[in-house]
Write a protein that binds this ligand. Structure first.
Ligand SMILES: Nc1ncnc2c1ncn2[C@@H]1O[C@H](COP(=O)(O)OP(=O)(O)OP(=O)(O)O)[C@@H](O)[C@H]1O
Ligand SMILES: [Mg+2]
Length: 305
């Protein structure tokens, strides 16, 4: 091989080497981890169960309960700015904190908070097709899941303790209507601290702003039994105070209202189990759904969770 040929060979060889060196090394592809499910868990409405409990069902369109709920809903929608003066519904609310957090509470246990919260949520979602989120915030006496026949799962308390949990992953979502349910979660020590935390404040604000056209109905504990309802009163836009007709004493109502009115003046009274029409000084009324002349109580729920 001549010198020229040898030089040529060396040049070619080094050119080959450079080519090889310049080839970018293939990086190993990162393994795709399965993302945790964030979809709400779907459920079918257990109409038979609700019927047995005397709660509103979509088939109740012309029943007395549906008619009474309509009056209550209209007034409630007006109060949270979902209705125009003309009575038409306002839709397409822009982002930001909205007036859409509604808390159900009462003086003491057993006055119909959960019954009324369920009725309103089901009726808003099924009859008016309003996007509705029903939150069980009565951690000590939770009843929403049981009444809907849903399995117990993590919920509000887990979310407040760990805000990084996607809220959607905790929700149940009805297949038939725009209704979601956030369970109460597990019982924790120092519940009132959790409700009082800055995380809780942000949670309610985010929930409100997240879907401006959504109504959020919060089934809270009674005012005189725990501190949670009073704490929640700070965050919500409207408080529906359930009064059991003939059951709650005026003194007890006055004491409970005294506790919350200072914090949030947007309180409406809702007379439950009453025999008079809505109007006057109370917010609205339910005709006793399963009223009988002998005064016997209507459908009672079975075991509660
Ligand atoms: N208007 C009504 N018609 C028929 N049943 C009713 C009515 N109001 C309440 N009830 C029934 O009375 C019982 C107590 O009502 P509910 O559980 O809603 O009260 P609560 O205020 O949520 O009680 P707690 O404070 O224990 O959570 C339930 O069995 C419920 O189904
Ligand atoms: Mg209840």
């Amino acid at each position: 091989m001549s010198v020229v040929e040898r030089i040529g060979a060396v040049v070619n060889e080094s050119a080959e080497k450079t080519k090889k060196q310049k080839k970018p090394k293939k990086k190993p592809k990162p393994k795709l981890e399965a993302a945790p499910a964030v979809e709400p868990q779907p459920f079918d409405l257990n109409v038979q169960r609700l019927k047995a409990l005397g709660v509103y069902t979509p088939a109740d369109h012309s029943a007395q309960l549906a008619l009474e709920l309509r009056a209550v809903k209209r007034r409630l929608l007006r109060r949270v700015g979902f209705l125009r003066e003309s009575g038409d519904r306002l839709t397409g609310r822009r982002g930001g904190r909205q007036k859409n957090l509604i808390m159900m509470t009462s003086t003491r246990a057993g006055e119909g908070k959960t019954f009324s919260a369920l009725n309103l949520a089901l009726s808003f979602a099924f009859e008016d097709q309003i996007e509705t989120l029903l939150v069980d915030a009565d951690v000590h006496r939770p009843k929403i899941l049981n009444r809907l026949g849903l399995e117990r799962g993590p919920g509000l308390t887990e979310k407040l303790a760990d805000p990084s949990i996607p809220t959607d992953s905790l929700l149940y979502r009805a297949n038939e209507a725009p209704l979601s349910v956030l369970p109460q979660g597990s019982t924790v020590d120092r519940l009132s601290d959790l409700f009082h935390s800055s995380e809780a404040k942000s949670f309610w604000a985010d929930l409100s702003a997240g879907q401006p056209d959504r109504l959020i109905i919060i089934d809270a504990p009674p005012v005189l039994a725990t501190t949670e309802a009073v704490i929640l009163a700070k965050y919500v836009d409207e408080i529906v105070f359930v009064v059991e007709a003939g059951g709650t004493t005026e003194q007890a109502i006055a004491a409970a209202l005294d506790e919350i009115l200072d914090i949030n003046p947007n309180v409406s009274l809702m007379l439950n189990r009453c025999l008079i029409g809505s109007g006057g000084s109370h917010y609205g009324s339910y005709e006793y759904y399963d009223r009988r002349d002998d005064g016997e109580e209507g459908a009672k729920s079975g075991q509660e969770s």
